[in-house]
Design a protein. Structure first.
Lengths: 776, 351
């Protein structure tokens, strides 16, 4: 009906039926206005909304508009069809309604029937209930009577029962001592304790009166038990479980177990201390067993045990460290560490909480580190002993110090010492100690660092030893604590030279060798943070020693020249040069000068290599050659002039010397010092002569003073040239410079005449010869 | 001369010479005074001025000075006043001179002698002016004594205020006046450097065991001074810690004769030596130093403190002086009488 077109499906129909029924009932209950909602009444409904045309079931359904719409839309056939359809639906609804009415009526009838039946059934129940009540009351009264009649008997029985129990208990208590003894005999201490603890409340209550005897006896027994238990606890031979049980029992007996524990632990501690003192009469294996035992016996004693174990090992490592203070071989150290490590592992199995391996690793590390650093400082001692020790020896013996031997010794000490040390330290890697592989990298670093520091310290020590900075070390580089603190007396100058040469040797031979060795066996590492750079930097060390060598060499030259300078200073500042007397002989100071220089030569000869004698120096050194020739010319000229005319004006001389210098090449007096005999000697001589020149320049001389200087210089010429093999030109030049200076500073510069000069010189030579001959 | 010469050479000194001094009181010019050392001739004092273009040294004045000059100082507050120490044979003396008005009529006038400082009984070594300006006192040092003079240059009066002998054992050879403290003078002794308090005329402090040739106070930092020594080259000291030097510099191949702090650039030190070189050093000393004592500083420590070595000299150099008018310029005087003025600008910039 809803749609104009399609026939509605079956369930659609059923649904519609239900809806219709529902609306029917609600409508009847609410109002009657909607009652004629049948299709026949559809035409009566006023049209409301054209939209609800299709929904015939809705309250707003407008039948007339629906009708008109239908008429408008459909043709005749369609209308007819609709009509038929509608008629059929109306009929259907009719039958449905009839069916509903019928069913409801049926139900009503059956309900009335049921009510009728119920009414008849309920009538006979009242009497039955009354009978039941009467019977139950009689049963109750009977039961009460039985109860009262049996009450007394039951009371009696209960009393009897209680006394029996009491008697049994009393019996038990009386039997207790014997029972306990029996238990003791059978060593069934657990039972004994159980019995005793059972009886204990009674003893506490009546112990003073009725059961006095019995209490005493059983307490005696139980004391035996306690004693036995204690013995058991103390005896190491008992199985651990038994001992643990004993402790539990003792605890049950309220025995002060803690005292026992502390006494036991103290015993253990004593035992441990003894272990250290008398090294090996208790093995660590046993101790570890004891540890385990105590751990089981006293579960709460772990903390104390850990402390004990840690104490034990820290003491042992301390002992190792103490031993380390003396120089010991790596092998020995390794052996010691190995033993301790084994012990640590045994104990660790028992006491893992003590974290012993970590502690041990740490201690091993520090021990090895200490060992390495001690080894290095020892090596440093050895080397410095090789240098300085010989000095003291020679002082005692008053012998001439054989510098050459000292040098060789110290060279050997440096080279062999460091190599031996390397070999020795390498044993750390050979050893099959369990913990060493972990440390391998660390050790490598330490060794490298050790070498680095060692060489640095050695260099510092050299400088310190040389005494150049003993009392006035600049703040910035103040004494390193690592440097040996023995305040060195000033070394003999020769040893400074030895040190210098040693520094060169270290730079050129030892360090390359060490570097090689380190590369071979101590490479890798690098665990350490690299912010400080790699541990061992041979380049830096080489540089350090090269500069140290040079510094020491210069220091040597400096020390020598200073000595001579002091002599010269005295010579030139003491006399009144303006009132100098006529020269009678070569001044003594020349002897001292030559003596000092001879000393230099002896020392240098022993230590430094002989350089290539540069006979052709003139050609490769700028200036010397030309100075030699060109300078002799103006000087000769000047001498000529001077002898020719004493009234030569100083002004023109000055100009002339200027001129002369113009033609000369600059004399290179201050050349680089080499590590050769010649170089060092000539440098010393050059510096001395230069000093002489400067001293002369500070004085004002009279003629005699000038002549004295002329004489002295003339005399020096030959021996100095003898000392310096290769650089005659420089000597000539400098001697002449001294003369020139004297000439400039002389009020009346007139040279000594050549014959007198020769005479005085030969007189001096003869005198020297006599002097050297006479002591023999 | 050699090719790499950068300095401006003044060859006007005809004789050997040891002394050169900066004319501090001349604010407009870079001027120096140099005095000659000729035994037999009449000596000269030259007033040398760097030309405005800065590439030529001009002789502004040439004054005769009878005796050979061993020490010459320019008055720090009057450019026309100078002091000399001189000897002639066995006699010695010290005077304060006034440069006469430079007039066209005479080309080498005599100096006007203002005062003769002639109370000395031993050989006079040096005359000291207080370096920073007007001060009415003057210190002279002879071998045995230290004198303090009150000087009135306008009235040509000089009076000895106080005098103290150092005893026969010591041999004074020179000194320096502390620019930070008008009452402190450092005197060079045989084997020590003595610091004198002029109020009490007592030796207040001493650096022992030092054979010093020259001493110079740091003009920027109090208590710091530099010494030139035979043994150790150049050493820097803090007078509050006289035991240990702050720094050591290698100095020269032969004696280090003179050392001077730059008046402006701190840490810039000039030294002259008998090895015919002048060395320019850069050292940092002082409190701000440890603050940057980091690895970087360590590396910088390895940098050679020697900035440059001027080697273009023919003879020993006894006199050096910074110009206070242009602190990047110094003059050096070698024994042969050659004055060389160099600029250190390239090395300052490098810093």
């Amino acid at each position: 009906m809803a749609g104009v077109s399609s026939p509605p499906p079956m369930d659609e129909k059923a649904k519609r039926t239900r809806d219709l029924l529902a609306s029917f009932y609600t409508n009847t209950s609410n109002s009657n206005s909607a009652a004629p909602s049948s299709p026949s009444a559809a035409s009566n409904l006023t049209p409301r909304s054209p939209s609800s045309l299709d929904s015939i079931n809705s309250p707003s359904f407008d039948a007339s508009s629906y009708m008109s719409l239908l008429v408008q839309k459909s043709n005749l056939e369609g209308l007819l069809q609709k009509h038929v359809q509608m008629a059929a639906e109306i009929k259907n609804l009719d039958t449905d309604l009839q069916m509903l009415v019928y069913e409801n009526y049926n139900k009503f009838i059956s309900a009335t029937d049921t009510i009728k039946r119920m009414k008849s059934n309920i009538l006979g129940m009242e009497t039955n209930m009354e009978q039941l009540l009467a019977k139950i009351t009689s049963v109750q009264s009977k039961s009460d009577s039985v109860n009262t009649s049996l009450f007394e008997k039951r009371e009696h029985i209960e009393k009897l029962h209680r006394s029996r129990n009491l008697l049994r208990k009393v019996q038990f208590i009386y039997d207790l001592p014997s029972r306990l003894n029996k238990c003791i005999k059978a060593e069934a201490y657990a039972d004994a304790v159980r019995f005793f603890t059972g009886a204990k409340p009674i003893f506490e209550a009546y112990g003073d009166s009725s059961f006095q005897e019995c209490k005493r006896a059983s307490e005696e027994a139980i004391n035996t038990v306690i004693q036995n238990l204690q013995e058991k606890l103390y005896s190491d031979s008992e199985p651990i479980e038994a001992r643990a049980e004993a402790v539990v029992l003792l605890k049950q007996l309220n025995f002060p177990v803690d005292n026992l524990k502390t006494s036991l632990l103290e015993k253990l501690e004593d035992c441990l201390l003894k272990l250290e003192d008398e090294s090996k009469d208790v093995s660590v294996g046993e101790i570890s067993k004891t540890f385990r035992a105590y751990l089981i016996i006293f579960p709460d004693s772990e903390q104390r045990l850990i402390e004990l174990a840690q104490g034990l090992f820290s003491r042992r490592y301390d002992a190792v460290r103490y031993q380390l203070k003396k120089r010991m071989l790596s092998v020995d150290l390794l052996e010691l560490l190995g033993i301790i490590w084994e012990d640590v592992t045994t104990v660790d199995q028992v006491l893992p909480e003590a974290a012993l391996p970590a502690y041990s690793l740490e201690s091993t590390c520090s021990s090895i580190r200490q060992h390495i650093s001690i080894a290095f400082s020892h090596l440093q001692h050895e080397i410095s002993d090789a240098v300085a020790g010989s000095q003291s020896k020679s002082n005692e013996g008053r012998d001439e110090l054989d510098l050459h031997i000292v040098l060789e010794n110290s060279k050997k000490a440096a080279m062999q010492g460091s190599l031996d040390l390397l070999v020795e330290l390498r044993q750390f890697f050979d050893e099959k100690l369990e913990l060493l592989p972990k440390l391998r990298e660390l050790i490598t670093d330490w060794v490298q660092e050790g070498f680095q520091e060692f060489f640095q310290n050695l260099e510092k020590h050299f400088i310190l030893l040389s005494g150049s900075r003993t009392n006035n070390c600049p703040l910035g580089e103040s004494n390193h604590s690592g440097v040996l603190t023995q305040s060195p007396d000033k070394l003999p100058t020769g040893l400074v030279l030895v040190l210098s040469q040693l520094a060169v040797f270290i730079e050129q031979s030892v360090i390359p060798k060490i570097t090689e060795e380190i590369a071979a066996s101590f490479s890798g590492g690098g665990v350490r943070v690299y912010e400080y750079g790699p541990a061992f930097i041979p380049g830096e060390i080489c540089r350090l020693f090269r500069s140290a060598g040079e510094k020491l060499l210069h220091l040597y030259i400096n020390m020598k020249t200073r000595k001579i300078s002091v002599v010269s200073k005295k010579r030139f500042t003491t006399p009144n040069w303006i009132k100098h007397k006529e020269p009678r002989e070569v001044h003594m100071f020349v002897d001292i000068l030559l003596q000092e220089l001879e000393g230099v030569k002896i020392e240098v000869k022993q230590i430094l290599p002989c350089g290539v004698i540069k006979r052709h120096r003139n050609s490769d050194s700028v200036g010397s050659g030309s100075t030699n020739s060109s300078r002799s010319h103006p000087n000769a000229m000047r001498e000529d002039k001077l002898t020719r005319s004493n009234t030569q004006r100083a002004r023109s001389q000055f100009l002339e010397s200027h001129l002369a210098k113009l033609f000369e090449q600059k004399m290179e007096i201050f050349t680089k010092v080499e590590y050769t005999q010649e170089s060092v000697i000539s440098t010393v001589i050059k510096l001395c002569l230069k000093s002489l020149q400067e001293f002369v320049r500070l004085q004002t001389l009279n003629r005699s003073g000038y002549q004295q200087i002329q004489l002295d210089m003339e005399f020096l010429k030959a021996p100095l040239k003898q000392l310096v093999d290769d650089d005659d030109a420089a000597i000539d030049f400098l001697l002449k410079e001294v003369n020139n200076a004297a000439h400039e500073r002389c009020l009346d510069p007139i040279l000594l005449e050549a014959p007198i000069l020769d005479k005085l010189i030969s007189a001096k030579l003869v005198k020297n010869k006599d002097l050297s001959a006479s002591p023999l | 001369m050699q090719g790499a010469s950068t300095g401006i050479v003044y060859g006007g000194l005809k004789y050997q010479a040891r002394c050169i001094a900066d004319v501090r009181a001349d604010p407009d010019h870079t001027s120096f005074l140099a005095g000659t050392l000729s035994l037999k001739e009449e000596n000269e004092v030259h007033l040398i001025r760097l030309s405005p273009s800065g590439n030529e040294l001009l002789c502004e004045g040439l004054f005769y000075h009878q005796n050979e000059i061993w020490d010459l100082k320019s008055c720090p507050y009057d450019s026309r006043i100078l002091s000399t120490v001189y000897t002639s044979g066995e006699t010695y003396g010290a005077s304060v001179w006034k440069i006469p008005e430079i007039s066209s009529q005479s080309n080498s006038p005599q100096l006007d002698q203002l005062v003769s400082l002639d109370d000395h009984t031993a050989k006079i070594k040096s005359v000291l002016w207080w370096p920073l300006g007007k001060h009415d006192k003057l210190v002279t040092i002879d071998e045995r004594n230290i004198f303090v003079w009150s000087i009135d240059s306008s009235n040509k009066i000089a009076k000895v205020i106080s005098q103290e002998s150092v005893g026969m054992l010591h041999n004074l050879s020179g000194g320096a006046w502390d620019p930070h403290d008008r009452n402190a003078v450092a005197a060079i002794c045989d084997s020590s450097l003595q610091c004198w308090d002029l109020r009490t005329m007592k030796n207040a402090n001493a650096i022992e065991h030092a054979h010093i040739r020259d001493v110079d106070y740091n003009p920027k930092k109090q208590h710091i001074l530099a010494t030139a020594e035979d043994e150790f080259g150049i050493r820097l000291w803090d007078l509050r810690m006289p035991k240990i030097p702050l720094k050591e510099l290698p100095g020269h191949s032969h004696w280090t004769w003179a050392v001077r702090h730059n008046p402006e650039y701190d840490g810039l030190i000039l030294s002259a030596g008998t090895d015919s070189t002048v060395n320019l050093w850069q050292v940092s000393v002082g409190s701000e130093d440890p603050a940057i004592d980091s690895p970087r500083d360590k590396r910088s420590r390895q940098i050679d403190p020697l900035l440059n070595s001027y080697t273009d000299y023919e003879d020993s150099i006894y006199g050096i002086a910074w110009s206070s008018q242009d602190p990047s310029v110094f003059a050096s005087l070698s024994y042969d009488g050659r004055v060389v003025v160099e600029s250190v600008k390239p090395y300052i910039q490098r810093k």
